[in-house]
Ligand binder design. Structure first.
Ligand SMILES: *[C@@H]1O[C@H](CO)[C@@H](O)[C@H](O)[C@H]1NC(C)=O
Ligand SMILES: *[C@@H]1O[C@H](CO)[C@@H](O)[C@H](O)[C@H]1NC(C)=O
Ligand SMILES: *[C@@H]1O[C@H](CO)[C@@H](O)[C@H](O)[C@H]1NC(C)=O
Ligand SMILES: *[C@@H]1O[C@H](CO)[C@@H](O)[C@H](O)[C@H]1NC(C)=O
Ligand SMILES: *[C@@H]1O[C@H](CO)[C@@H](O)[C@H](O)[C@H]1NC(C)=O
Ligand SMILES: *[C@@H]1O[C@H](CO)[C@@H](O)[C@H](O)[C@H]1NC(C)=O
Ligand SMILES: *[C@@H]1O[C@H](CO)[C@@H](O)[C@H](O)[C@H]1NC(C)=O
Ligand SMILES: *[C@@H]1O[C@H](CO)[C@@H](O)[C@H](O)[C@H]1NC(C)=O
Length: 460
């Protein structure tokens, strides 16, 4: 068996050597998995680009058009930088088969309308940079399907309307930054803004627009400032609104609130929808327990889980021995299967106070045998290291082929789990608030908004 392993390693090595005839375009710099063609005077994309690059920098060129599928020969592309070009629009299918993109920088171009087909299929996209364009319109479906989105920057454009309604808890669970500052919005659909997930409201930047002063606007900002959101703290001076539509009568409404004395500030703008994200890594067949701890302290909570495979799970709906929900909100999966992987969302509901809070857990179920080699090893360094490793292996260790024992099972990443999510393994005293906070992966935007702090903010 070990011999077969050697053979396979050599084969892999050979394949890498043959396959790595990647041509670096003359005007670009190619280092390991990064290709930089920045400031190269490009008017068009180079004909061939190294296939296994994760980062492609095309910024500061003269690109004015991108054709369909031009990045489809780059299966591992994650970061695409196209800032400071002359792009006016994007054709259909530009990002066809580039669904690995995590960062897309289209800032400082000349885009005018963000059409809804632009980012289709980019479900892994985490950061979208569109600031400093000439965008007047963002079409309603633009953000649909961008379920991994964390930060979106639309600042310094001419946007008058934005499809706030398309952003919801479950469509964009990780969005913590939506920058719409320095645009031309005068009236916002405040009902839609109020309905935005709590994390999005916390990271919503709206300063330096041409907002019209009115009570519904004021009450929204009043609540945000009560909660100490960063956008309001950092840009207090840039939050202006204009009185009765006259651009000359602009006031800094966070500082001068005389005008709003007659406004009755509405109660409870939004419920504290708190999203915690944690991840759990288990092997096929393991028992998985996910708890639903939220800031809600009532003893009479009802719980609902949304699972990727079984949909809604409530205590009464489960007639399933494989997956069960106990009264304290803990979801138990008897024997995990690969297709149980995905994001599980629990909603805890306090009926009396009509408060609810959600909690998310990203469950990944691994097959026992993982073949962890993929496309990464394109660098010369990678090749050399593997080659030396193979040589060392061949020369230093005798090949015991006759006495081939059953090979050890391949290394599975040790079953790691989020202590705050998996209650079954740790004794209760090891699970404390601090653990939960350090395991929060979202809301990294704002430095440490502690739960206590969030709790203190009055809801009225
Ligand atoms: C895109 O991917 C699909 C499925 O992965 C494949 O069938 C198709 O040929 C690819 N398209 C291009 C243009 O490479
Ligand atoms: C406000 O927005 C305008 C364009 O709308 C921009 O030119 C200006 O620099 C912005 N000011 C600030 C302080 O961001
Ligand atoms: C507030 O209401 C009072 C009386 O109801 C009125 O005289 C005053 O002009 C109002 N102020 C503003 C800023 O609308
Ligand atoms: C939780 O609260 C939000 C915001 O108030 C509301 O839209 C949603 O329907 C509530 N969820 C449940 C399950 O009650
Ligand atoms: C649960 O399943 C059993 C048989 O497996 C069936 O008799 C029963 O009616 C089911 N209950 C519900 C609530 O679906
Ligand atoms: C919830 O109840 C289950 C059994 O019904 C138990 O195993 C689990 O530890 C409990 N979880 C919490 C957070 O108390
Ligand atoms: C999930 O996988 C199991 C076997 O591993 C299979 O029986 C089941 O049909 C699969 N379910 C879905 C929805 O694919
Ligand atoms: C869930 O975890 C897996 C593996 O760690 C990761 O690839 C995936 O992107 C995660 N999903 C989300 C929505 O974070």
């Amino acid at each position: 068996m070990t011999c077969r392993l050697h053979a396979r390693l050599l084969l892999v090595l050979l394949c890498l050597i043959c396959g790595s005839e990647q041509t670096c375009p003359p005007m670009c710099l190619c280092v390991s998995d990064t290709v930089s063609c920045s400031s190269s005077g490009l008017g068009r994309l180079p004909r061939t680009l190294p296939t296994f690059s994760a980062t492609l920098d095309l910024s500061y060129n003269h690109l004015s058009w991108l054709g369909p599928g031009i990045f489809n020969k780059m299966p591992v592309l994650e970061n695409l930088k196209l800032s400071h070009n002359q792009l006016r629009s994007l054709g259909h299918g530009v990002f066809l088969n580039a669904s690995g993109l995590r960062l897309l920088d289209l800032s400082s171009n000349k885009l005018q309308v963000v059409e809804q087909h632009y980012f289709k299929g980019l479900w892994r996209l985490e950061e979208l940079l569109l600031f400093n364009n000439r965008i007047t319109q963002v079409e309603a479906g633009t953000l649909v399907g961008l379920s991994s989105l964390k930060k979106a920057y639309f600042s310094l454009n001419q946007i008058t309307q934005f499809p706030f309604f398309s952003i919801q808890d479950h469509s964009h669970p990780f969005l913590t930054m939506l920058d719409l500052s320095s645009n031309r919005m005068s009236r916002l659909p405040w009902e839609d803004v109020k309905a935005l997930p709590g994390l999005v409201q916390r990271g919503l930047y709206l300063h330096n627009n041409s907002l019209i002063c009115d009570c519904s606007m004021y009450s929204m900002f009043w609540h945000w400032s009560l909660r100490g959101y960063n956008a309001l703290k950092e840009f207090a001076y840039d939050h202006t609104c204009i009185i009765s539509g006259d651009p000359r009568s602009s006031i800094r409404f966070l500082q001068q609130n005389r005008f709003f004395l007659n406004c009755t500030v509405e109660k409870a703008v939004s419920r504290p929808v708190t999203v915690f994200l944690s991840s759990v890594l288990v092997s096929v067949g393991d028992e998985v327990r996910l708890d639903c701890q939220t800031p809600l302290r009532s003893t009479e909570l009802s719980f609902t889980w949304l699972s990727p495979r079984k949909g809604r799970i409530t205590q009464t709906s489960t007639n399933d021995t494989l997956i069960s929900l106990s009264a304290n909100g803990t979801l138990e999966i008897q024997a995990a299967k690969v297709n149980d992987s995905g994001v599980y969302v629990c909603t805890a509901l306090d009926v009396k106070q009509s408060l609810n809070a959600t909690r998310e857990v990203n469950v990944t179920v691994l097959l026992p045998a993982v073949e962890p080699f993929n496309t990464g090893y394109t660098t010369l360094l990678g090749c050399l290291v593997s080659f030396i490793a193979v040589l060392m292996y061949l020369f230093l260790t005798p090949c015991h082929c006759r006495c081939c024992k059953q090979p050890k099972p391949p290394i599975i990443p040790a079953v790691t789990y989020d202590t705050s999510a998996l209650t079954s393994i740790l004794p209760p005293y090891t699970r404390n608030q601090h653990k939960i906070q350090t395991n929060r992966h979202v809301a990294f935007m704002e430095p440490a908004i502690s739960e206590e702090e969030a709790d203190q903010i009055p809801e009225s």
